[in-house]
Design a protein around this ligand. Structure first.
Ligand code: SIN
Length: 520
């Protein structure tokens, strides 16, 4: 396998680069998990009525992986009807019964984790070890919500009227439309489907066109786990994506839509949902600040920045986008951070020792490149990386660190969604909190400090939905995931993630008599 060391941008850069190998398709232990040309509807594998399919390519090599059905509105409507038919009997199951089904799905996923990881790397490009991590992360949502399902309780509430008694009942919202992204082809599906099923809902999931095969393999595992027909339906499309989004947000049968994706698309889906007043969860774009104060453990902050910024080559909604480092430790941080990035190995995610894979497609590369060129033009300095890697493949970009960033540069206001760390300098706590909050979006934020009063002060002041203090990794099924401002609303994971798929019904019992008084 060809491999080369190179010196892009600056002569000190020695990120190891491996040419993306022209891989043979990964051998799955169970080849029947690779579902081509069929979507999962009403417990069966179905082609699009039109017979149309779309092609999926490997982002590392550009080679053809396989084809998936181009479902249209009528095909998707049949999935909605299947979910509606399945709803009455599924909601009638006890929480314990639903828990057992989710647990069996969890077991199936774990038993096939290696194959799921291979599918993720194949169609998303992330290194195989990261993909194994994602498979475990995906399974953790099935486990977490299998444990929540039997513990769905309402309240008993004291009435204002002494003759009345009030109880509340938590009910499943109904048929749900789930629209998931390509950056976590497995975990973003289970993070939505698992709480929906725990609550007693049935779902139609529109899988992303870039990564349909992981989603379809998960559907096969749901089938093997004994999830009843119609409860989980997975549809795919490329050209008809907008029409399917419209159907899921306007169909009166769908009672809830959960979407992960860009703020722009989220706004369109929300508008479309207004006529039928759907319950919504919107997990949208971020522009996460990552702050290092001068009282921080700098090595820990560097390690946190590496994981927060460069996880999945910068393609997560919670990736650090704007790094702010206090001026007195700025040079030290830049030196150590640049050193850490030198140890990365970029290449095909299936190859041994690769730490960072490709971006998903050429549009992502163009955006990343434009952010780097913009910063360079406005006076910033690249300390490592900064270039496309055409020798590796069309979708590769060097992991990049840029210093001397200023507020007029695109990275200050736009989410890069790629492996570029723009590092700004700041002087005071008040200044950096103001800068961090100067954003329309507020998904995640991170900061490093060992001053306990500052930790509380800054955590309370940052306008984001999730904060990592002295850590760059906050993802956990136990923790509520979601944003504020134009990063959307609703929470995934945790007990709050379950509530998104429930409605609360109050039952008031009248004429119950007054409480007994006096001596009994
Ligand atoms: C996302 O990018 O939306 C998910 C990231 C995560 O769960 O860690």
């Amino acid at each position: 396998m060809p491999s080369l060391r190179f010196s892009p941008g600056v002569t000190s850069s020695i990120i190891s680069i491996r040419r993306a190998s022209s891989m043979a398709p990964p051998k799955l232990n169970d080849p029947s998990l690779f579902k081509q040309n069929a979507c999962y509807v009403n417990g069966e594998w179905r082609a699009a009525k039109s017979g149309k399919t779309f092609k999926v390519n490997d982002p590392s090599t550009g080679e053809f992986i396989g084809s998936s059905p181009e479902f249209d509105v009528a095909d998707t409507n049949s999935a909605i009807l299947a979910a509606a038919d399945a709803f009455p009997s599924f909601r009638a199951k006890t929480g314990r019964e639903r828990a057992k089904l989710l647990r069996r799905w969890f077991d199936e996923l774990n038993a096939n984790a290696e194959d799921i990881a291979k599918l993720i790397t194949w169609e998303n490009g992330k290194p195989i070890n990261d993909a194994k991590g994602e498979s475990a992360y995906a399974a953790s949502f099935l486990e977490w919500f299998s444990e929540e399902a039997p513990r769905i309780y309402g309240d008993t509430i004291n009435s204002s009227n002494p003759a009345n008694r009030i109880i509340t009942v938590k009910e499943p919202v109904g048929v749900c439309g789930l629209i998931t992204p390509w950056n976590f082809p497995a975990a973003m599906i289970t993070r939505k489907v698992a709480p929906a099923l725990a609550a007693g809902c049935t779902v139609v999931c529109k899988a992303p066109a870039e990564t349909p095969f992981t989603a379809l393999a998960l559907a096969e595992l749901a089938h093997r786990a004994g999830i009843p027909k119609g409860v989980v339906n997975v549809v795919t499309a490329l050209d008809n994506t907008i029409e399917i989004g419209k159907l899921l947000t306007t169909s009166p049968t769908i009672k809830k839509v959960s979407f992960t994706g860009s703020t722009g698309v989220g706004k369109i889906l929300m508008k479309q949902s207004s006529d039928t007043l759907k319950k919504l969860s919107m997990e949208l774009g971020g522009n996460s600040p990552f702050i290092v104060f001068d009282d921080a453990d700098v090595d820990a902050a560097v390690a946190g920045a590496v994981v927060s910024k460069f996880r999945s080559s910068g393609q997560t909604c919670v990736c650090a986008n704007r790094l702010y480092v206090q001026s007195s430790i700025y040079d030290q941080f830049i030196r150590k951070f640049t050193e850490a990035v030198k140890s990365f190995s970029v290449g095909n995610g299936f190859d041994e020792g690769i730490t960072h894979g490709p971006l998903i497609h050429d549009r992502a590369i163009d955006k990343v490149d434009s952010h780097v060129r913009d910063a360079e033009k406005k006076g910033a300095t690249i300390t490592i990386g900064g270039q496309k890697l055409p020798n590796l493949g069309a979708n590769f970009f060097q992991p990049t660190v840029i210093r001397d960033m200023t507020a007029d540069m695109a990275i200050a206001t736009e989410e890069t969604f790629g492996p570029v760390a723009g590092v700004f300098s700041f002087d005071t706590e008040a200044e950096v909190v103001r800068l961090a909050n100067q954003s329309d979006v507020g998904l995640a934020g991170y900061f490093f400090s060992r001053d306990i009063s500052r930790v509380f002060r800054v955590a309370e002041a940052l306008e984001v939905g999730m904060i990592g203090v002295n850590t760059g990794l906050i993802s956990d099924p136990a923790s509520p995931f979601g944003g504020v401002k134009q990063s959307g609303f609703g929470r995934e994971g945790s007990k709050y993630g379950l509530a998104e798929f429930q409605t609360i019904k109050s039952v008031t019992f009248g004429d119950m008599g007054k409480p007994l008084q006096g001596k009994l």
